[in-house]
Design a binder for this molecule. Structure first.
Ligand SMILES: [Ca+2]
Ligand SMILES: [Ca+2]
Ligand SMILES: [Ca+2]
Length: 411
């Protein structure tokens, strides 16, 4: 198996690619070549009017493994019941832009990390969403399940490839994953993706974040010098909506638990979220995987989104006098969309996930100038919508969360 998860890959998709997939590996390789020679984004087809609103969703779906995504029947239909349920939910909500978390990267194809996104689309979403399509995809390398070569959990041994599959392996990786590629991310979109304008921060080092909270006396010097901040990756991906560019700031910070007194995961969660503040501040200390330094400099609207693993009502990642998510919720440049989700009819009004008695951990937080016209958490109660309730329970321990943005309000 070829493993090159650190290569600066950007994956996009066109109909060409899909057709080639059906034709076999040789045609697929040809399509990849064509892809790398041609621009990876394009204008909307002529006659497509700029929509008034755009619907953006994030969904952490349980067990989107390569194995499950490859398991299709003769007609190409997916066999995993929880993924079918997730697809039905996507079909009901019909987002224009969908960020999936906890999907495997299939590193057998390191130059095509959007592959599992296409498998998900073609085996599941296509049927459930009909004409929705999602012609554009984006994926880039993540740190999950990539061995660091250090004893990061201090259990006295450095995990190697022989340990793949176990928790001890995952804890010595740059980001927790019991095998390479687990818990990665993909973006699916109806709108073209400006892949050339995307920035990724997979390899940005934790020690280089201003005012970081690396635990003292837990990691040795060599570990600190090599420790990546992002447990998956941090992506800034612009999508093209008519003549507007909306930047999606995508990440999936580590949960603050599964650690010890040193609170290494709580600290990392805090700093993975603090990264976006530094990015928004335009911090000169940041650098992306292409070597470009500096934070956000585009004068464009953005949405910070993902399972951020932090609930404002908890203190699991509490530093500098606040819980990590409050770094974003209290920033006047960022809009807290919580009110939009409360009272949207879901079973636990402020929650987006079932664990912890119902926690708010999945977020879509646009820049302050953006007008939010609607949104919700797909969490119907069992009485009013038993079928929807069942779908939500089957799909994941997280719920799909979405917001609608007024396109005219985008900067
Ligand atoms: Ca160590
Ligand atoms: Ca270890
Ligand atoms: Ca902790």
């Amino acid at each position: 198996m070829t493993l090159n998860p650190d290569a600066p890959i950007r994956a996009a998709d066109t109909g060409k690619m899909r057709k080639a997939l059906r034709l076999g590996p040789r045609a697929f390789a040809t399509a990849l070549l064509m892809m790398s020679c041609s621009p990876q984004s394009s204008s909307p087809p002529e006659g497509t009017p700029t929509p008034k609103t755009v619907r953006i969703a994030v969904f952490n779906i349980r067990e989107l493994s390569t194995e499950a995504l490859e398991d299709v029947d003769e007609a190409g239909g997916g066999q995993a019941e929880n993924v079918s349920a997730a697809a039905e939910i996507v079909g009901r909500i019909r987002p224009d832009v969908l960020v999936i978390q906890e999907i495997d990267h299939d590193y057998r194809y390191p130059d095509d990390l959007a592959l599992n996104g296409r498998r998900l689309r073609d085996a599941y979403l296509q049927t459930a969403t009909g004409d929705l399509g999602f012609p554009y995809l984006y994926a880039a390398p993540c740190n999950t399940g990539i061995a660091s070569g250090h004893d990061l959990n201090n259990d006295g041994r450095i995990a190697t490839a022989d340990d793949i599959g176990g928790r001890e392996y995952g804890e010595d990786c740059y980001g927790f994953g019991t095998y390479p590629g687990q818990y990665s991310m993909v973006l699916l979109s109806r709108f073209p993706i400006d892949t050339d304008g995307a920035r990724t921060f997979q390899r940005f080092l934790w020690k280089d974040l201003p005012n970081h909270h690396i635990p003292e006396e837990f990691y040795d010097r060599a570990e600190v010098d090599d420790f990546r901040l992002s447990s998956k990756s941090h992506w800034d991906v612009p999508i093209e909506i008519g003549d507007k560019r909306l930047h999606l700031w995508i990440s999936h910070p580590t949960p603050a638990v599964f650690d010890g007194e040193e609170d290494r995961n709580g600290r990392r969660n805090f700093d993975e979220i603090a990264f976006w503040r530094a990015y928004l501040d335009g911090s000169a200390d940041l650098y992306d995987d292409a070597g470009t330094t500096g934070g956000y400099s585009a004068d464009r609207s953005f949405v910070i989104l993902g399972d951020l693993n932090s609930d404002p009502r908890f203190d699991s990642a509490f530093y500098d006098g606040r819980q990590s998510i409050d770094l974003l919720l209290s920033d006047p440049r960022i809009r807290d969309t919580g009110d939009t989700l409360v009272g949207a009819g879901n079973e636990l009004p402020t929650a987006t996930a079932v664990f912890g008695g119902g926690m708010r951990v999945d977020y879509l937080l646009p820049s302050a100038e953006v007008t939010v016209t609607g949104g919700g958490v797909f969490w119907p109660d069992a009485d009013s919508d038993p079928d929807g309730h069942r779908l939500a329970s089957e799909a994941s321990d997280h719920r799909l969360v979405w917001i609608d943005l007024a396109v005219t309000s985008l900067r």
